[in-house]
Structure formats: structure tokens, C-alpha cells
Design a binder for this molecule. Structure first.
Ligand SMILES: [Fe+2]
Length: 283
């Protein structure tokens, strides 16, 4: 039997996910340093866990009606981010895929009556919320197979949560030691000004959510999520958080937690949190 070995809440905002930020340490503002360093640590955590596959739910792989599970056996391309071509341009990626796991996951979704499409197409592009955290921080070797899963605008929190449950079930049945990555912000009330922080109340709610994750209170976090979404408007309506909580709860485990960092980007709040037995350091 496989298992969900680790779960990551990660960051993809272009301020952190550029070649300059990741490799040269050149950041536009000192407030970005903690998250950049946290992402480096999260990469070490992934290296320590060394999962067989990474299932990643990026807030920029957006579909309208079905959830898309990308089972393409090899994800190869060159990315220029549509909304930030001045920051993310010409990034080559070449990750193995996991068609078998993706297909099994899509089958589970369909069997449960959730609209779903399995992609298997070398021209299906990866978005920057998938590519940049992986290329710059979480798997710089690009050797761990990945299965991208979309955020679906027609899916509510319950449906997103159900996908998370099925991810944990599918990796168990497929005999994989898998990691799940939720790539997205927590509070997400965007404003112009890259260095701007969320408001005080939004920061407090973000910290409350992080504390629940760190304390293993996944059920409590799931019950609170609708209220949190209403108040703090997390990225993509919090669907990535719902999927993450579904995976956590279905695993039946309480993971060791490392809260690496929290920081701003254009009014959003961004946590770097690793759940699993990698490198442990709780801030
Ligand atoms: Fe984003």
C-alpha cells in the first residue's frame, strides 16, 4: 500500500518564484526574504522525503466545468507566465508524469459523479503556479514525477475537498509514496504594490489557519474553512486549501509540521508549510 508521505502548502507568486529570487537571492524588498528562505527549506524537506510522485493543485491551473487531472507521461515545455512575462520568461521544464496514478484518480472522480477530464497531451501546458515552485525550489532536479490537478471554478469547497480525499485514496491504492502540494496564497485581497501586506485581521486569520495545520487540527480547519473563505478571500476561493484538507483528513495521520515562513505579496498572505517527516523546524 502507498501513502501520502507529505503535504505542502507552498507559494508561487512571481516575486518569490523567479530565477533571481531563487538562485541569486536578489529580492525586490526585504520583506520577501523569509518566504524565499522558507521555500528553500521546503525544497530540502521534499528532498528528505523523496516522494515517488507529487500531486500538485495550483491556483493558476484553472478550469471552468470539469476538474482536469493531467496524466501526461512527460511534461516538457518552456514557460512565459501570461500575467508576469517580465518576471517569469523562457523557463524550461521537463518533468516526468504518472499516467497510471492520474488515470486512477480521474476514475475515482468519475465514479463519484464529479465532472472530470484526464489530460494526456504533450501540448497541455503547465502553469506558473505549478512550474515555478517546483523548478525553483521543490524539485530543482526535475526528476520526481508530477500529476497536476486543476482548480475548478464550478466546484465548491465540498467538491474540492472530495478530490483531496480521493488523492489520498488513489496514492494508497496505487502503491505510491506521494506528496501533495497546494500552490496558492492564503488571504488574497490583492492590491498594487508588491511589498504590501494583508490587513491585520487577515493576517490574524491566516495565522489561525496555520496554527490548526501545525497542531494537526485538520477537521477543525475544514469546519472553519467556509467562514475563513468568507472573511479572508483566499486565492481561488480556498479550493486548494479544501483539497489539501481532504487529503490530510483521508490520510488518517497527524503529520509533523514545519511552518517555514509567512510573507506578503501585493496584499496577499503566503505561507510555506511542510507537513511530514522531513526536516523539522517549527517557527
Ligand atoms: Fe496566484
Amino acid at each position: 500500500m502507498g501513502e501520502l508521505s507529505a503535504v505542502y502548502l507552498s507559494v508561487h507568486t512571481p516575486r518569490y518564484c523567479t530565477h533571481e529570487a531563487a538562485f541569486a537571492g536578489k529580492l525586490a524588498h526585504p520583506d520577501f526574504q523569509a518566504v524565499r528562505d522558507g521555500l528553500v527549506e521546503q525544497g530540502r524537506h521534499v528532498a528528505a522525503v523523496r516522494p515517488d510522485v507529487i500531486v500538485i493543485n495550483s491556483c493558476h491551473l484553472i478550469t471552468t466545468f470539469p476538474t482536469v487531472v493531467d496524466g501526461t507521461p512527460r511534461h516538457r515545455g518552456v514557460l512565459t507566465a501570461q500575467e508576469a512575462p517580465e518576471l517569469i520568461h523562457g523557463v524550461a521544464y521537463d518533468f516526468p508524469g504518472d499516467y497510471q496514478l492520474a488515470s486512477a484518480l480521474a476514475d475515482r472522480g468519475r465514479a463519484a459523479g464529479r465532472p472530470c477530464v484526464l489530460a494526456d497531451d504533450v501540448h497541455y501546458p503547465l502553469d506558473y503556479g505549478t512550474v515555478m515552485p517546483l523548478v525553483c525550489y521543490l524539485d530543482r532536479t526535475q526528476t520526481i514525477p508530477i500529476v497536476p490537478v486543476s482548480v475548478c471554478l464550478s466546484a465548491d469547497l465540498e467538491e474540492s475537498f472530495a478530490w483531496g480525499r480521493d488523492i489520498a485514496r488513489a496514492v494508497g491504492a496505487a502503491d505510491r509514496r506521494a506528496a501533495f502540494v497546494a500552490s496558492g496564497s492564503v488571504s488574497h485581497k490583492l492590491v498594487r504594490g508588491p511589498e504590501r501586506w494583508p490587513g491585520v485581521e487577515d493576517q490574524e486569520r491566516d495565522r489561525r489557519l496555520a496554527a490548526m495545520l501545525a497542531d494537526g487540527e485538520y477537521e477543525k480547519a475544514w469546519r472553519w474553512l467556509p467562514e475563513y473563505v468568507e472573511a479572508s478571500a483566499p486565492e481561488m476561493g480556498g479550493r486548494h486549501l479544501a483539497m489539501m484538507l481532504g487529503a490530510l483528513l483521508e490520510s488518517g495521520r497527524r503529520y509533523a509540521a514545519t511552518v517555514h515562513a509567512y510573507g506578503p505579496s501585493s496584499g496577499s498572505g503566503n505561507y510555506v508549510i511542510s507537513l511530514g517527516d522531513g526536516l523539522r523546524r517549527t517557527l
